[in-house]
Design a protein around this ligand. Structure first.
Ligand SMILES: Cc1ncc(COP(=O)(O)O)c(C=O)c1O
Length: 457
């Protein structure tokens, strides 16, 4: 039941601040803010306990695809509840997880044949890393124990994923706790780590990754990459061809390729999976977030057959993958994931995305003209708007000014919920957002940027 009286509403708001430790949030700051407490959803809107409506501009953390309270998805959960909410996959099966695995394999890049479930993107990554590591051990290639990843990478918050992460603000403090990966600069073209101009560059990022793989391949178990977009770093786009270049290098030097499609999967970039833009089949592919349409926690790590076969042996050979979570393959989550995939297909959601992506590009061009917008980056429905103090010199704002945060608070006043990554304002609306809603979203963001930057520059 929703809180009804002003007293109940106040109580909930107070407990939200005093009992809950919010993720990625400085609570001292949160206490001072009048953050909405969401009570309901409708289509692309979130509704707080005071009845205020907000456009869900980041798909409830990059997960929602079809909006909120979608009858077919609600019904899939109710239907599954008639049978069972949860049973384990450790040593026994359950119906929805089997059906979903068949569907995922059908949709995935060809060659991925087996599905290992978990609950969220981080655990999906953790599983990919552990499988890649053990794969080489099982084959008796004991030198291949390290991972290669990229600066600016984000693969989740569990310790294995943090070891592969490359965002100082999030990851540096845990350095002593993790096994660090080898790291190579990513292609942040706006601030090229090689000091090049993207219009005339000699693609040093391509040669840098080639050099390190050539030199270290005997130590390397796998390379992990967010295909097409380094999302949490601020929607940094890889240059075209980088992913297939990496795939070629991995093949040439016998290094596994892990594609972390947690953020990019299920249509976010305009294709079902980002790897499909360059016809790449990774050895392992991690899916989460949009897999359930943003309804329930679920992740899947897909692997190629030859990887699976390296674990397939008599028990006494000790090649079993000893990993699993209590809710691995949860039937309710798998049931809603299946309904989500069916809806993507039946409603031709990706086909309808084309004109909306074009409209979004057009609206973003207007935002790009703003005095303090350094760069706007877009891959389909994933957008990063980088704010700078000085557009000519690309000088950032002092980080403690928290311009990105100020912009999202302003946008909230205008009825839009978004979340920044530092001074990059992120937009990632549900795929079913209407053209009118997209216009409203971009207008609110543009005005918020104008109002905040004119005050703080
Ligand atoms: C590329 C990528 N990998 C992994 C994760 C971690 O996913 P989760 O938050 O579900 O653990 C994220 C989350 O944003 C992500 O963007």
């Amino acid at each position: 039941m929703l809180p009804q009286t002003p007293e109940e509403i106040e109580q909930i708001k107070k407990w939200d601040k005093t009992l809950i430790w919010h993720p990625f949030t400085q609570m001292k700051e949160y206490e001072q803010e009048d953050a909405p407490v969401i009570a309901a959803g409708e289509g692309c809107y979130l509704i707080d306990i005071q009845g205020r409506r907000y456009l869900d501009g980041v798909s409830s953390l990059w997960a929602n695809l079809h909006g909120h309270r979608v009858p077919a998805l609600d019904e899939a959960i109710r239907e599954q509840l008639k049978y069972i909410a949860h049973s384990t996959l450790l040593g026994i099966g359950n119906v929805p997880s089997v059906r979903l695995a068949a569907r995922l394999i059908e949709m995935a890049p060809p060659g991925l044949t087996r599905v290992f479930y978990s609950d969220n993107g981080s655990t999906g990554v953790e599983i990919a890393l552990k499988i890649a590591f053990q794969y080489w051990q099982n084959l008796g290639k004991n030198t291949k124990k390290r991972f290669l990843s990229f600066y600016n990478a984000y693969h989740g918050d569990t310790l294995g994923a943090v070891g592969a992460g490359g965002i100082d603000l999030f990851h540096r403090i845990y350095g002593p706790l993790v096994v660090p990966s080898l790291k190579v600069p990513s292609a942040y073209c706006y601030r090229c780590p090689y000091g090049q101009d993207p219009r005339s560059c000699s693609q040093d990022c391509f040669s840098a990754v080639e050099r390190i793989i050539k030199e270290k391949h005997e130590e390397l178990a796998a390379v992990i990459i967010e295909p097409l977009v380094q999302a949490a770093a601020g929607m940094i786009l890889w240059p075209r061809g980088f992913l297939s270049h990496l795939e070629n290098l991995c093949r040439r030097y016998s290094v596994l390729l892990i594609a972390d499609e947690v953020a990019t999967g299920f249509g976010r970039t305009g294709k079902m999976f980002a790897c499909q833009h360059e016809e790449v089949t990774p050895d392992l592919m991690v899916l989460a977030k949009g897999i359930t349409g943003g309804y329930l926690p679920l992740a899947a790590t897909l692997v190629k057959e030859e990887i699976y076969q390296a674990f397939y042996a008599d028990y006494k050979e000790n090649k079993t993958f000893y990993h699993g979570h209590t809710y691995t393959g949860n039937p309710l989550a798998c049931a809603v994931a299946l309904a989500n995939l069916q809806l993507l297909e039946e409603n031709r959601v990706l086909e309808k995305l084309g004109p909306k992506m074009e409209l979004l590009s057009y609206l973003l061009q207007e935002i790009q003209k703003e005095e303090h917008v350094g760069e706007v980056r877009q891959a389909g429905f994933m957008v990063g708007i980088e704010l700078v103090k000085d557009k000519d010199t690309k000088e950032p704002y002092p980080w403690e000014q928290r311009l990105g945060h100020k912009v999202i608070l302003k946008a909230r006043e205008k009825g839009v919920i978004i979340r920044p990554l530092g001074d990059v304002v992120v937009l990632m609306p549900p795929l079913v957002i209407t053209e009118q809603e997209l216009i409203f979203l971009c207008q609110a963001v543009k005005e918020s940027i104008q109002e905040v930057t004119s005050r703080w520059s």
